[in-house]
Design a protein. Sequence first.
Length: 162
Amino acid sequence: MKRIKLTALLGMAFITYSCQSQTKKMEKDAYPVTKTEAEWKSELSAEEYNILREKGTERAFTGKYWKNTESGIYNCAACDQKLFSSKTKYKSGTGWPSFWQPVADGKVKIVTDNSLGMLREEVVCANCGGHLGHRFNDGPKPTGQRYCLNSASLAFKDKDDE
């Protein structure tokens, strides 16, 4: 019984350390748009702040864009940088907006995410460093990639707003 408790305690410590180290890494990276955490908090909703700055995740099938089929561009909700086009959005069945390619090279950055005891590819805005979601290698052709993003990290601009 003591061994089980010790294993659980060590596991929780590892998860806590992993999450904290990811947040600290975000603070060290330099991005063109930089603001204090107080500025981000005043400009973003509580949900946007949690996802974009604290690397949170919205529940599947709850975000405002997972079913959106309108034509347009998905921008970063924090800095308004163009990120993804509706032309590369597809139904992945995951409950989050999914794209097979960013709108252009250099718009997003892929960062190694080893939080929660898993090795994943985190997708961040290359302009402000905001957490968008994760990239997986199970997407459709031609890239085979799935950029699985949080709706709260995106701001949709329909075709007429471009």
